[in-house]
Write a protein that binds this ligand. Structure first.
Ligand code: FA5
Length: 348
């Protein structure tokens, strides 16, 4: 076939298409499309014949062929729009557009957030307000004002991540190792009487296991007022535990050491899972679950914050939030809180 024959063929295709188009209804339009523009349609097959022409001719004829293809497609679309062909007839459609859609999966709060909220609510009911402190802390607030003397071995109780930045006195900044510095910041910026709790993330250079992590959460509480004693600490914690775990919960103290309290104690709550059964996996038959460190604020701390310890006294406590969340949600390994496995989180 030569160029002239091919062009002639194209003209015949155009005439045939246009004369069919004018009178076509929706069904005839579909046939016309298949006949001329379909995979084995006349125009499609003619364009394939171009491969037999020399390159220069192929370029010219190809442009003509493609222009005709675009023209016919545009005219077909316009005619479809006129006749309403291609529009979906909702009455005949197999889709029921009145059906409700699939519900979107809703997010929910993380169990640690729920635990923090619950614990803060409990202390707010007892008149405590909420305080906040920075995660990157100065030596002064994290250790010094809390009565950790420089180079004292007590600093090793909390292995510290230092940050490559200095504070105003030239000391390295650190990721806070506990929430106790918020006590100092609060005492220094507000005036007593004070009752605050502060919850947040803390960091220690520790190996990760079922009950330890290098980044975990603590809730710190303290009170500074007149004539505060260990008895005030005890009733406060007992009222809080009863709100959280039920009215039969009791508190027991055993002696412990923290440089910023004197006397210092570990506070345990009576086992909320058993009546001291030997087989209880949580309290191991002791009937008690150790939950937090606490004590009467050391006079040196009160003095460092600018108050006279003869006039003002207080108590403080610090709890691991993961420990509470494990009890509230019946979880045995705290790593579950960080793995973000949706199959587990959805159950909580
Ligand atoms: C302290 O951090 C004191 N600041 C608490 C305190 C405040 C005592 C006020 C007295 C007065 P301790 O290092 O024991 O104390 O930590 C408190 C709680 O944090 C622990 O009881 C434990 O539940 C939790 N905890 C400690 N280390 C880790 C860790 N690596 N991973 C997870 N939880 C931890």
């Amino acid at each position: 076939m030569n160029q002239a024959d091919w062009k002639n063929k194209l003209a015949l295709i155009r005439d045939g298409f246009l004369s069919g188009l004018a009178a076509a209804d929706a069904a005839a339009l579909a046939e016309l499309e298949t006949h001329y523009l379909g995979r084995k349609g006349e125009l499609t097959l003619s364009l394939r014949e171009l491969k037999d022409f020399p390159l220069e001719e192929r370029k010219v004829l190809g442009a003509l062929g493609n222009a005709l293809k675009e023209e016919l497609a545009a005219k077909l679309d316009a005619r479809k729009a006129e006749t309403g062909a291609g529009a979906v007839d909702l009455k005949k459609s197999q889709f029921d557009l009145t059906l409700a859609g699939y519900p979107f999966a809703k997010g929910s709060l993380h169990p640690l957030t729920l635990t923090v909220d619950k614990m803060c609510d409990g202390f707010q009911k007892l008149g405590f307000s909420i305080a906040q402190g920075p995660l990157i802390e100065e030596d002064y607030f994290n250790f010094e004002a809390l009565n950790f003397p420089p180079d004292h071995p007590a600093r090793d109780m909390q292995d510290t991540f230092y940050v490559d930045l200095k504070d105003a006195s030239g000391k390295d900044l650190m990721l806070r190792t506990h929430t106790s510095p918020v006590q100092i910041r609060t005492m220094k910026t507000r005036t007593p009487p004070l009752r605050t709790v502060s919850a947040g993330r803390v960091f220690r250079s520790e190996a990760v296991d079922a009950s330890h992590s290098f980044a975990f959460h603590q809730l710190e509480g303290f009170c500074l007022d007149r004539n505060i004693t260990m008895a005030d600490l005890k009733w406060t914690l007992e009222a809080f535990m009863q709100d959280l775990f039920g009215s039969s919960a009791k508190i027991a103290f055993s002696p412990s050491f923290f440089p910023f309290v004197e006397p210092g104690a570990q506070a345990a709550v009576s086992c909320v899972f058993c009546g001291s059964e030997a087989a209880c996996p949580v309290c191991k038959g002791t009937g008690w679950i150790e939950l937090l460190g606490a004590g009467v604020i050391h006079p040196n701390v009160i003095r460092a914050c600018g108050y006279d310890p003869e006039q003002w006294s207080g108590f403080a406590f610090g709890a691991g939030i993961e420990r509470f969340a494990m009890l509230l949600f019946g979880i045995k390994d705290m790593r579950m809180f960080y793995e973000n496995d949706l199959r587990i989180l959805k159950q909580l």
